[in-house]
Design a protein around this ligand. Structure first.
Ligand code: MRU
Length: 353
């Protein structure tokens, strides 16, 4: 399975809504195809949607240039800015989307005097760079996280929530990247994967990825996490992130906050694995993170089967925020931030960025 691929000037996306029963690929030739794929979660996971959006800008630029023969760079940007805004709004919580689009816009602005074909080549090169960098940072995070967690030298039992794997990134994943690296050293006893209602990213995606790689995994429903922590000697919780604020508060898939409270209660260290592009240090705390609310039918139905009255009132936030006090460390490609808070995050950014 390949999450996304740039091929013949088109973006090929694995349609994750069909997994695990069918492996279907979508061919995006217009930015609108990418925008829709992000909104309906055909492509999902913070880093993967950032990469997809960067290619969306390339598709838009290619198509505008093909249609308008007397195009100037100024006219191209006039049209690309609202397209970037639309892509940015397709999923409001994951900051990687905004980060990737911002890089594309800055590149465009720096090319004011270039010829249109050169602008398009430069945008394409940057999208490919964003894609390649994601593969590299995944590997770096995996090594950093595995080194930190392997200290005891005995196989570990890990609990994870949602899917922070290869399907959520362009590489081997964030939380699942660390798990893959530990597995290579025979240091995984068992991974408990929360099914992750309402859209079952844990059951459909995480379990599939780990089974494909022959990594021991056990699927549990979300309400089993406390009991698993109490009875199965869980050594650590590993999750991904969609946005991390200046004080270390972390938005991730709905349910992550609850898992962090359970981990605290059971004295289990809770780790967030995320690249530097997931930090939004312009926000002071998690209270400022916009939380996406999705269609109510995602809760009323399970895989198309009704589980409630069709007009049952619903609340469907796609993410929640884990307070930094519940996080033992954030594992990044540039090292660990232990006990994340304003001071430790400032120190980290001064040291490495
Ligand atoms: O709604 P989704 O499936 O895009 O949510 C994904 C998550 O919450 C992931 O844990 C997060 O994006 C990190 S992925 C490396």
């Amino acid at each position: 399975m390949e999450t996304l691929r740039w091929q013949n000037d088109q973006l090929i996306l694995l349609d994750q809504t069909k997994l695990p029963s069918r492996e279907v690929y979508i061919c995006c030739t217009r930015w609108q195809d990418v925008c829709r794929a992000i909104s309906i979660l055909s492509v999902r996971g913070a880093p993967a949607i950032g990469v997809a959006a960067a290619y969306g800008v390339v598709l838009a630029a290619q198509n505008i240039a093909a249609r308008q023969k007397d195009l100037t760079v100024a006219k191209l940007w006039e049209q690309l800015i609202p397209i970037c805004n639309a892509l940015d709004a397709s999923r409001p919580t994951a900051v990687n989307l905004h980060w990737a689009l911002d890089r594309m816009l800055k590149k465009g602005r720096s090319l004011e005097k270039a010829a249109i074909p050169d602008v398009i080549s430069a945008l394409k090169a940057l999208a490919v760079q964003i894609h390649t960098e994601d593969i590299e940072v995944n590997t770096a995070m995996a090594e950093c996280g595995a080194a930190a967690l392997a200290k005891k030298g005995t196989p570990l039992t890990i609990l994870t929530h949602c899917n922070a794997g290869a399907l959520a990134t362009a590489g081997i994943g964030t939380a699942l990247g660390v798990i893959r690296a530990l597995h290579k050293h025979h240091l995984i006893r068992m991974v408990y994967a929360d099914e992750t209602r309402p859209l079952l990213q844990g059951a459909r995606l995480t379990v599939t990825e780990l089974m494909d790689d022959h990594i021991p995994v056990t699927l549990i429903s979300d309400n089993m996490a406390a009991w698993v922590m109490k009875t199965k000697k869980v050594d650590a919780v590993l999750v991904g992130a969609d946005r991390i604020t200046h004080n270390g508060d972390t938005a991730n898939k709905i349910g992550t906050y609850g898992v962090s409270i359970l981990a605290k209660e059971h004295g289990i260290p809770f780790y967030v694995v995320a690249p530097v592009s997931t930090f939004d240090i312009s926000l002071a705390t998690g209270d400022q993170i916009p939380i996406e609310e999705r269609n109510h039918d995602e809760v009323r139905f399970l895989q198309g089967v009704p589980t409630a009255l069709s007009d049952a009132p619903v609340f469907n936030p796609a993410f929640d925020v884990t307070p930094h006090e519940n996080i033992q460390a954030i594992i990044t490609e540039k090292g660990l931030i232990m006990h994340p808070d304003d001071t430790h995050i400032d120190l980290f950014f001064h040291q490495f960025i």
